[in-house]
Design a protein around this ligand. Structure first.
Ligand code: BES
Ligand code: ZN
Length: 835
């Protein structure tokens, strides 16, 4: 078997139980900790290695029956390894006893602190974020997913504080000095990265699913925004129990909103944490944010089975966690809200996203070897999430929904409370399907970078298909894949086949054929010119489903970026066939035209792109209008903002004028403005804003407490046209914005045409500071590099390359991102040159 049990600590010593006690100090933000770890030692040894990070070890002892040995400690900060050495060798069952102290940092990893305002005062809560490798920053431990153990957690804290861990409270004992000792029930066997520690003035609301207690917890002034999440959680929990045919195994699940949070959410078993914007909302919340809340809750709930109950053996199978959670979240939300069109949105958010992440050379296979925490952190990317999710979607389509689902049930039941690899999953699905091709088919998609481009041509009543890895740079590659392929013809005939070889052919009298019918496959398709024209006509005459139409356009766009079609041909295609496009085609085109307009800004191509963009978006505006109608589809609501923003960015005078009017109405509290359009209106206002308006946005932001409104204001702050305000906005992002949101303004500025050079000099200047502020576990540093992906100048490319060639500027968790950005700039440059 190719996957090893990758344990950097070796397998001689296996932990089976942890007994942990934490005593935090809210004044100094330090904590005292005690850990008893039950281990079993196979071969006699004098040394024991564990992980630890930023901890002071006070005492270390090994106990075994009547024996008690004091240990010497040695710490290797590079490897984050603590070695305990004892005077004599020990084997068999033993207990490691450690006393230590640590700090509640502000960097959003380990056992950290988060601040919020309550009755006008700044207060703190303590919370933890351990994935991937930061449990070791809270207590010395065997910090790898395969070292599963049971946990007893206790806290000594002030009596008035609320405490949370993975399990319900077992008992509370009153202590002196207004303190209490809280102990939680023993957890099931689980990995360290899923442990949770939470202490603070939390408020909660609750409900039940069967006997399972569901709570939503927030800081005191946000509890009115909790009911939405409570309802979603209850629905999705029931869905997953039914879908997996495996009961949720813990007595409770907590949904916890944390004011400072690096990622979007984290699936700690039974104590799931979220950024506020990803969980808090009410009836005024916009459709976009509401959907995101639902998807995020469903995603983390899916992990309670996929990841928590059954865990990957090592991080090289991280995608098993993340792609399943991605894939399952859409299923759960779709089940509860079929009118949201999530299967269509899955194409846009997951499949199309993955196709574009995986068409560059600097991509990586889904299955990738990783060793250091930095390398592990780096693979939480759209390959693990979205390509993984797309391949699962394709697999489900190939084996059928029933066999797929039954395979998952088998897998979850067989490996519950254990670790597993992808092979275990394929075996289970094969068992359900009673066929052998699953692992052979899936193999190529998991282990190879990229995906195929299937070329289709027709000669005399015969169709010829061939495959070749698709590369935006046009590099030649030799990979090939086993492609389960659906097609659809003008005669209304749908069929399937498997493309196993590089080429194949079949006779058919069809005038045209649409390959990847319904877009279940993870590949692109290119057609010879006569076929493409026929497909275009079929599209216009609504003979293609909206997914097929979107797939066609999406592939065409990438083929254009890779210079197999010209810009003029692409724009022509949009104008000729797609003006009254429906979702998801319209949204896809809108995104692409926006991208083109940014890239072309200031060049000779700008006018042509703007012309098509105005034509297309005005045509769409006719359909969606400025006003939301009752019961309209979410996808229409979302599109409206996209269309109007694009018109504004393309400088459409009437749209800008209307935007300004609506903004004034908002400012003066007149009329009723659709919450869904608020962000767009701010953007239109900012595009025409002056100093007064800039100051207004800043002041509003400083006062605002609603997470969604804060985000809207922050976005607007980055969208002014004047360089002076862009500079001010960047300065503000460092001084006036929470660390968790500090990339928001830079991201907006990267979407603000003509500001790239300014943004890059600012990034360089503050880089040393960023390296310190955004530790590797927060996944945030890469976002600052990514903002450069839409540049196209050679000068910029060289400067970025030169900057990161200096060792002091480079770090493990951004290595790949830097390569990707450089490649994007090269692709953009060549694209501009060709056109
Ligand atoms: N397990 C991740 C959270 C995480 C990400 C921990 C990176 C450590 C490093 C969680 O399940 C997740 O995927 N969260 C997503 C949200 C989701 C809806 C895609 C996130 O944070 O973006
Ligand atoms: Zn996840």
């Amino acid at each position: 078997m190719e996957t090893q049990i990758h344990q950097t600590l070796g397998t001689n010593i296996l932990p089976s139980h942890y007994d942990l006690l934490f005593e935090p100090d809210f004044k100094t933000f330090t904590f005292k900790g005690t850990a008893y770890i039950v281990v079993s030692i196979k071969e006699p040894t004098k040394t024991i290695k564990l992980h630890a990070k930023e901890l002071q070890i006070k005492t270390a002892e090994l106990r075994q029956r009547n024996l008690s040995l004091a240990g010497k400690t040695h710490y290797n900060p590079q490897k984050e390894e603590l070695t305990l050495t004892f005077p004599q060798a020990v084997h068999g069952q033993a207990q490691i006893h450690l006393q230590f102290t640590g700090r509640h940092n502000e960097g959003m990893y380990g056992f950290y602190r988060s601040s919020y305002q309550h009755k006008g005062k700044t207060e703190y809560l303590l919370t933890s974020q351990f994935e991937a490798a930061n449990a070791r920053a809270a207590f010395p431990c065997f910090d790898e997913p395969a070292f599963k153990a049971t946990f007893d957690v206790s806290f000594i804290v002030d009596r008035n504080l609320f405490t949370i861990s993975n399990m319900p409270i077992k008992k509370e004992k009153t202590l002196q000095n207004n303190q209490k000792q809280v102990s939680f029930l023993t957890s099931p066997r689980m990995s360290t990265y899923l442990l949770y520690l939470g202490i603070g003035n939390f408020q909660s609301i609750q409900t039940k699913h069967r006997h399972i207690l569901i709570r939503v917890l927030t800081t005191p002034e946000k509890i009115h925004l909790a009911p939405l999440a409570l309802g979603y959680t209850k629905k999705f929990l029931a869905f997953f129990e039914k879908y997996f045919q495996v009961k949720y195994p813990l007595p409770k699940v907590d949904i916890i909103a944390i004011p400072d949070f690096a990622a979007g959410a984290m699936e700690n078993w039974g104590a799931i944490t979220f950024r506020e914007i990803a969980v808090l909302g009410d009836e005024k919340t916009s459709v976009a944010v509401k959907q995101n809340i639902a998807i995020t809750i469903a995603h983390e709930l899916a992990h309670q089975w996929f990841g928590n109950l059954v865990t990957m053996q090592w991080w090289d199978d991280l995608w098993l966690n993340e792609s399943f959670a991605t894939f399952m979240s859409y299923k759960a939300v779709n089940d509860a809200f079929p009118a949201w069109d999530l299967p269509l949105q899955y194409f846009e958010d997951t499949i199309a996203d993955a196709l574009s992440a995986d068409e560059i050379e600097a991509t990586h296979p889904i299955n990738v070897h990783v060793n250091t925490p930095g390398e592990i952190d780096e693979i939480f990317d759209n390959i693990s999430y979205d390509k993984g999710g797309s391949v699962l979607h394709m697999l489900e389509d190939a084996v059928g929904e029933a066999a797929f689902r039954q395979g998952l049930t088998l897998y979850l039941r067989k490996h519950a409370y254990q670790n597993a690899t992808k092979h275990d999953l394929w075996t289970a699905i094969q068992e359900a399907k009673q066929e052998n091709f699953v692992s052979t088919m899936v193999h190529g998609w998991i282990t190879q970078s990229g995906y195929p481009l299937v070329s289709v041509k027709k000669e005399k009543n015969k169709y010829y298909l061939s495959q070749q890895r698709f590369s935006l740079l046009g590099k030649q590659h030799s990979e090939s894949w086993i492609i389960p392929l659906r097609y659809f013809t003008d005669q209304g005939k749908a069929g399937t086949t498997i493309l196993r070889e590089k080429t194949t052919s079949f006779p058919s009298s069809a005038h045209w054929i649409k390959v990847n019918h319904g877009q279940p496959g993870f590949y692109r398709v290119t057609y010879d010119a006569p076929l493409l024209a026929q497909l275009g006509n079929a599209l216009r005459r609504k003979k293609l489903s909206s997914l097929d139409a979107a797939g066609l356009e999406n592939d065409l766009f990438s083929l254009m970026v890779s210079r197999q079609y010209s810009l003029a041909e692409y724009l022509g295609f949009v104008e000729q066939y797609c003006l009254d496009a429906e979702y998801p085609l319209n949204s896809s085109i809108s995104g692409h035209l926006g991208w083109l307009l940014r890239l072309a800004a200031g060049s000779t191509l700008e006018d042509a792109v703007r012309r098509t963009s105005l034509l297309f978006h005005l045509e769409q505006l006719k359909k969606v209008g400025w006003r939301r109608v009752k019961n309209e589809r979410n996808t229409t609501t979302l599109l409206r903002s996209q269309v109007i923003s694009n018109l504004g960015l393309a400088g459409h005078a009437e749209t800008l004028k209307k935007g300004k009017e609506l903004f004034q109405q908002l400012q003066h509290g007149h009329g009723s403005v659709d919450q869904n359009l608020r962000s767009t209106i701010y953007l239109l206002a900012a595009r025409q804003g002056d100093e007064k308006m800039f100051t207004y946005f800043i002041q509003q932001y400083q006062k605002e407490t609603l997470p969604e409104e804060s985000r809207r204001l922050l976005r607007a702050i980055g969208m002014f046209r004047q360089k002076a305000f862009v500079e001010k906005a960047l300065a503000f992002s460092l001084s006036g914005v929470r660390l968790q949101d500090s990339y928001m303004i830079p991201i907006m500025i990267s979407l603000n045409p003509g500001m790239n050079t300014l943004l890059w000099s600012w990034t360089k200047k503050h880089w040393p500071q960023f390296l310190k502020k955004f530790t590797s576990g927060t996944h945030m540093l890469g976002t600052f590099v990514k903002t450069m992906s839409s540049c196209s100048e050679e000068k910029m490319e060289n400067d970025i390359a030169q900057f990161f060639s200096l060792k002091k500027n480079m770090r493990d968790d951004v290595k790949l991102v830097v390569k990707q950005v450089l490649e994007h700039i090269e692709i953009n440059r060549r694209f501009m040159e060709r056109n």
